[in-house]
Design a protein around this ligand. Structure first.
Ligand code: ZN
Length: 214
Protein backbone atom coordinates (compact mmCIF):
# COMPACT_ATOMS: atom_id res chain seq x y z
CA UNK A 1 0.00 0.00 0.00
CA UNK A 2 1.34 3.39 -1.01
CA UNK A 3 2.12 5.87 1.78
CA UNK A 4 0.22 9.15 1.41
CA UNK A 5 2.08 12.34 2.17
CA UNK A 6 -1.04 14.51 2.34
CA UNK A 7 0.07 16.58 -0.66
CA UNK A 8 -1.42 14.49 -3.45
CA UNK A 9 -4.25 16.00 -5.49
CA UNK A 10 -7.64 14.40 -4.93
CA UNK A 11 -7.82 13.39 -8.58
CA UNK A 12 -4.95 13.11 -11.03
CA UNK A 13 -4.70 15.90 -13.61
CA UNK A 14 -4.92 15.16 -17.28
CA UNK A 15 -2.33 16.92 -19.38
CA UNK A 16 -3.86 19.17 -22.02
CA UNK A 17 -7.02 20.06 -20.15
CA UNK A 18 -7.56 23.19 -18.13
CA UNK A 19 -7.11 22.74 -14.42
CA UNK A 20 -6.35 24.96 -11.50
CA UNK A 21 -4.73 21.98 -9.84
CA UNK A 22 -1.03 21.48 -9.64
CA UNK A 23 -0.01 18.79 -12.11
CA UNK A 24 2.54 16.63 -10.36
CA UNK A 25 3.55 14.86 -13.53
CA UNK A 26 4.27 17.86 -15.75
CA UNK A 27 5.17 20.40 -13.06
CA UNK A 28 2.50 22.83 -14.25
CA UNK A 29 -0.14 24.73 -12.34
CA UNK A 30 -3.27 24.87 -14.46
CA UNK A 31 -2.05 25.99 -17.87
CA UNK A 32 1.05 27.68 -16.50
CA UNK A 33 4.42 26.01 -16.30
CA UNK A 34 5.93 26.53 -12.87
CA UNK A 35 9.37 26.16 -11.37
CA UNK A 36 10.12 23.58 -8.65
CA UNK A 37 10.41 26.43 -6.12
CA UNK A 38 7.04 27.91 -7.09
CA UNK A 39 5.66 24.39 -7.09
CA UNK A 40 6.76 23.88 -3.48
CA UNK A 41 5.56 27.34 -2.47
CA UNK A 42 2.05 26.69 -3.80
CA UNK A 43 1.84 23.41 -1.94
CA UNK A 44 3.10 25.04 1.25
CA UNK A 45 0.73 28.02 1.08
CA UNK A 46 -2.26 25.84 0.25
CA UNK A 47 -1.56 23.75 3.31
CA UNK A 48 -0.66 26.63 5.64
CA UNK A 49 -3.30 29.30 5.12
CA UNK A 50 -2.91 30.69 8.63
CA UNK A 51 0.80 31.11 7.96
CA UNK A 52 0.00 32.97 4.73
CA UNK A 53 -2.30 35.35 6.60
CA UNK A 54 0.45 35.91 9.16
CA UNK A 55 2.99 36.69 6.41
CA UNK A 56 0.57 39.21 4.86
CA UNK A 57 0.07 40.79 8.29
CA UNK A 58 3.85 41.09 8.76
CA UNK A 59 4.23 42.66 5.31
CA UNK A 60 1.52 45.24 6.06
CA UNK A 61 3.17 46.05 9.39
CA UNK A 62 6.52 46.50 7.64
CA UNK A 63 4.93 48.84 5.08
CA UNK A 64 3.35 50.89 7.87
CA UNK A 65 6.67 51.12 9.70
CA UNK A 66 8.40 52.25 6.50
CA UNK A 67 5.72 54.91 6.09
CA UNK A 68 6.42 56.23 9.58
CA UNK A 69 10.15 56.37 8.84
CA UNK A 70 9.51 58.16 5.54
CA UNK A 71 7.35 60.77 7.21
CA UNK A 72 9.86 61.31 10.02
CA UNK A 73 12.79 61.79 7.64
CA UNK A 74 10.72 64.17 5.52
CA UNK A 75 9.89 66.22 8.61
CA UNK A 76 13.60 66.32 9.45
CA UNK A 77 14.32 67.54 5.91
CA UNK A 78 11.72 70.30 6.41
CA UNK A 79 13.38 71.38 9.67
CA UNK A 80 16.79 71.35 7.99
CA UNK A 81 15.44 73.47 5.13
CA UNK A 82 14.74 76.27 7.62
CA UNK A 83 18.51 76.85 7.74
CA UNK A 84 18.31 78.20 4.19
CA UNK A 85 18.73 81.95 3.92
CA UNK A 86 16.76 82.03 0.68
CA UNK A 87 13.61 84.11 0.97
CA UNK A 88 11.54 82.91 -1.96
CA UNK A 89 11.62 79.25 -1.03
CA UNK A 90 13.32 77.16 1.65
CA UNK A 91 13.99 73.58 0.65
CA UNK A 92 15.60 70.86 2.76
CA UNK A 93 17.04 67.48 1.75
CA UNK A 94 18.30 64.42 3.59
CA UNK A 95 19.94 61.33 2.11
CA UNK A 96 19.41 58.10 4.01
CA UNK A 97 21.11 54.78 3.42
CA UNK A 98 20.64 51.66 5.55
CA UNK A 99 18.64 53.71 8.08
CA UNK A 100 21.53 56.17 8.48
CA UNK A 101 21.57 59.81 7.43
CA UNK A 102 24.62 60.12 5.20
CA UNK A 103 24.06 63.67 3.97
CA UNK A 104 21.87 66.74 4.16
CA UNK A 105 21.45 70.00 2.34
CA UNK A 106 19.36 73.10 1.82
CA UNK A 107 19.19 75.55 -1.03
CA UNK A 108 21.81 78.28 -1.04
CA UNK A 109 24.81 79.80 -2.78
CA UNK A 110 28.06 77.83 -3.21
CA UNK A 111 30.69 77.91 -0.44
CA UNK A 112 32.56 81.22 -0.36
CA UNK A 113 29.70 83.28 -1.83
CA UNK A 114 27.55 85.77 0.07
CA UNK A 115 24.54 84.26 1.84
CA UNK A 116 22.01 85.97 -0.38
CA UNK A 117 19.95 83.93 -2.84
CA UNK A 118 17.99 86.73 -4.56
CA UNK A 119 19.16 89.68 -6.64
CA UNK A 120 17.90 93.28 -6.31
CA UNK A 121 14.78 92.40 -8.24
CA UNK A 122 13.99 89.53 -5.95
CA UNK A 123 14.86 86.87 -8.52
CA UNK A 124 16.85 83.78 -7.51
CA UNK A 125 20.48 84.05 -8.57
CA UNK A 126 21.45 81.51 -11.26
CA UNK A 127 24.27 80.03 -9.18
CA UNK A 128 22.10 79.11 -6.20
CA UNK A 129 22.34 75.39 -5.56
CA UNK A 130 19.20 73.40 -4.88
CA UNK A 131 18.94 71.43 -1.63
CA UNK A 132 19.30 67.99 -3.23
CA UNK A 133 22.31 69.17 -5.29
CA UNK A 134 23.96 70.35 -2.07
CA UNK A 135 23.19 67.04 -0.34
CA UNK A 136 24.51 64.94 -3.27
CA UNK A 137 27.71 66.97 -3.65
CA UNK A 138 28.25 66.71 0.10
CA UNK A 139 28.29 62.91 -0.28
CA UNK A 140 30.91 63.33 -3.02
CA UNK A 141 33.18 65.05 -0.49
CA UNK A 142 32.72 62.27 2.06
CA UNK A 143 33.65 58.60 2.24
CA UNK A 144 30.01 57.58 1.82
CA UNK A 145 28.23 56.37 -1.29
CA UNK A 146 24.71 57.35 -2.31
CA UNK A 147 24.32 54.16 -4.35
CA UNK A 148 20.94 52.65 -3.47
CA UNK A 149 20.08 55.47 -1.02
CA UNK A 150 16.80 57.31 -0.44
CA UNK A 151 16.54 61.06 -0.95
CA UNK A 152 14.04 62.94 1.22
CA UNK A 153 13.24 66.35 -0.19
CA UNK A 154 10.61 68.88 0.83
CA UNK A 155 9.88 69.98 -2.76
CA UNK A 156 9.81 67.66 -5.78
CA UNK A 157 13.10 67.77 -7.77
CA UNK A 158 13.60 69.86 -10.89
CA UNK A 159 15.01 68.42 -14.12
CA UNK A 160 18.64 69.38 -13.34
CA UNK A 161 18.51 67.79 -9.88
CA UNK A 162 16.77 64.71 -11.26
CA UNK A 163 19.80 64.12 -13.51
CA UNK A 164 22.10 64.33 -10.48
CA UNK A 165 19.85 61.98 -8.48
CA UNK A 166 19.98 59.36 -11.24
CA UNK A 167 23.74 59.65 -11.69
CA UNK A 168 24.30 59.49 -7.92
CA UNK A 169 22.68 56.04 -7.89
CA UNK A 170 19.80 57.14 -5.64
CA UNK A 171 16.99 54.64 -6.12
CA UNK A 172 14.19 56.15 -4.06
CA UNK A 173 12.86 59.71 -3.74
CA UNK A 174 10.33 60.79 -1.12
CA UNK A 175 9.00 64.34 -1.34
CA UNK A 176 6.33 66.48 0.29
CA UNK A 177 5.42 69.48 -1.89
CA UNK A 178 4.70 69.13 -5.58
CA UNK A 179 6.69 71.66 -7.64
CA UNK A 180 4.56 73.14 -10.44
CA UNK A 181 6.87 71.72 -13.12
CA UNK A 182 6.91 67.92 -13.00
CA UNK A 183 9.51 67.08 -15.68
CA UNK A 184 12.06 66.14 -12.98
CA UNK A 185 9.72 63.58 -11.46
CA UNK A 186 8.91 62.22 -14.90
CA UNK A 187 12.61 61.78 -15.69
CA UNK A 188 13.17 59.94 -12.39
CA UNK A 189 10.26 57.66 -13.14
CA UNK A 190 11.71 56.88 -16.57
CA UNK A 191 14.99 55.95 -14.88
CA UNK A 192 13.18 53.49 -12.62
CA UNK A 193 13.58 55.55 -9.43
CA UNK A 194 10.86 54.81 -6.89
CA UNK A 195 8.83 57.98 -6.26
CA UNK A 196 6.75 58.49 -3.11
CA UNK A 197 4.69 61.58 -2.30
CA UNK A 198 3.82 62.24 1.32
CA UNK A 199 2.22 65.55 2.25
CA UNK A 200 3.67 66.42 5.66
CA UNK A 201 1.74 69.68 5.81
CA UNK A 202 -1.44 67.89 6.69
CA UNK A 203 -2.12 67.48 10.38
CA UNK A 204 -4.03 64.28 9.89
CA UNK A 205 -2.38 61.35 11.62
CA UNK A 206 -3.87 58.62 9.45
CA UNK A 207 -0.77 57.84 7.41
CA UNK A 208 -2.51 55.33 5.18
CA UNK A 209 -4.81 58.06 3.89
CA UNK A 210 -2.27 60.81 3.54
CA UNK A 211 0.37 58.89 1.63
CA UNK A 212 0.13 59.01 -2.12
CA UNK A 213 2.16 56.78 -4.40
CA UNK A 214 2.85 58.55 -7.65
ZN1 ZN B 1 16.66 71.27 -8.49
Amino acid sequence: MAVRTGFEPATPCVTGTYSNQLNYHTGSFGDTKVTPFFDSAIIFLRNHRLFSIFVLYLLSMTAEKQEQFDRSYLEMAAVWGKNSYCKRRQVGAIIVKDRMIISDGYNGTPAGFENVCEDEEGLTKPYVLHAEANAITKVAKSNNSSEGATLYITTSPCMECAKLIIQAGITRVVYSNQYRITDGIELLRRAGVEIIHIDINTQHTDLSIKRTYE
